[in-house]
Design a protein around this ligand. Structure first.
Ligand code: GUN
Length: 299
């Protein structure tokens, strides 16, 4: 049976480290990192994310600024708010919750965020820096995946990594990070031919396609490390009428018989995302103030 990689505990430890570093920044330099989150409209899933972000931001000792705008807000109003946050010295990180309502072009909004404050790492400048080996801000979920992989496997040099999924938020940035860690990287997706065979070559298999339980146990090389980024809500009539539950992109029950280690859903990659958002906010704060984040105590 595969070992389950416990993202919940990992994320809690990371947040504890960050809290210590925030306190250090505060004591030594009088700086309190500030994270601004912009939520337009009232998508229920986004409401939950934003509430959790706000709570965890405060728990690590950072300032949290929440901006809630009505569903019918137009693009110019969002751009105006982003410009004010860019100019605000108390704000070191800006996150605009996606998806945005249809009347707002997300690309325009993301492009307006100061890349130094782009703690989501979605700005084309940060995507370009990642692709060219520069020092920008890295998207949170891929960053969390890399932390768990390094923790579990140590050095990743020479390993075959297969990333199933090609989104700008997970698949593409994660492929760049794995490449930078000296893996041999294949990006596959829902239209790849012989997807099971491609997956069977992977020492590291990352599933980020958004299809519930698509990847089966017999697609997994014996002993491989499997990172399941999928969060899919499916009906769960066994829990009662109208109930649902979360499953990943990997069929966990069959995968556990083949993998060496696997991140479960829920409780794997998910909790790491907000913890990495806080890590990025700390990194952004240090860089904005000309400090080196690696000088902070990692205990
Ligand atoms: N919506 C769901 N997840 C995310 C995220 O990580 N960042 C942003 N900006 N929006 C999201």
């Amino acid at each position: 049976m595969a070992q389950l990689i416990d993202g919940k505990t990992f994320a809690a430890n990371l947040r504890r480290t960050i809290a210590g570093q925030v306190a250090q920044l505060n004591r030594g330099h009088g700086i309190t990192p500030g994270l601004a989150v912009v939520l337009v409209g009232n998508d229920p899933a986004s409401e939950v994310y934003v509430r959790n972000k706000g709570r965890q931001t405060i728990e690590v000792g950072m300032q949290s600024f929440e901006h809630r705008l009505p569903q019918n807000t137009d693009e110019a109003q969002v751009l105006d708010l982003v410009a004010r946050l860019n100019a605000d010295p108390n704000v070191h990180g800006i996150l605009v919750q996606l998806p945005l309502p249809d009347q707002i072009n997300s690309a325009h909004v993301l492009a307006a965020i100061d890349p130094k404050k782009d703690v989501d790492g979605f700005h084309v400048i940060n995507a370009g820096l990642l692709a060219t080996g520069g020092k920008g801000l890295v998207p949170c979920t891929p960053l969390g995946c890399m932390m768990m992989l390094h923790d579990h496997l140590g050095d990743l040099s020479g390993l075959d990594a297969v990333v199933v999924g090609r989104s700008n938020i997970v698949g593409k940035p994660l492929a760049h990070l794995l490449l930078a860690a000296n893996c041999t990287v294949t990006i596959a997706h829902s239209r790849s031919r012989d997807l099971p065979d491609i997956c069977r070559k992977a020492d590291i298999l990352v599933a980020a396609v958004g299809r519930p339980r698509m990847i089966k146990g017999d697609w997994i090389k014996p002993g491989a490390t499997v990172i399941d980024v999928g969060i899919n809500r499916i009906p769960a009539p066994e829990k009662g009428e109208g109930k649902s539950r979360l499953v990943g992109d990997v069929d966990l029950a069959s995968a556990q018989k083949h993998a060496g280690a696997i991140t479960p859903v829920p409780g794997g990659v998910g909790p790491m995302t907000i913890a990495c958002l806080l890590a990025n906010t700390l990194t952004a704060t240090c860089r904005i103030h000309g400090l080196d984040p690696s000088d902070l105590d990692a205990r």
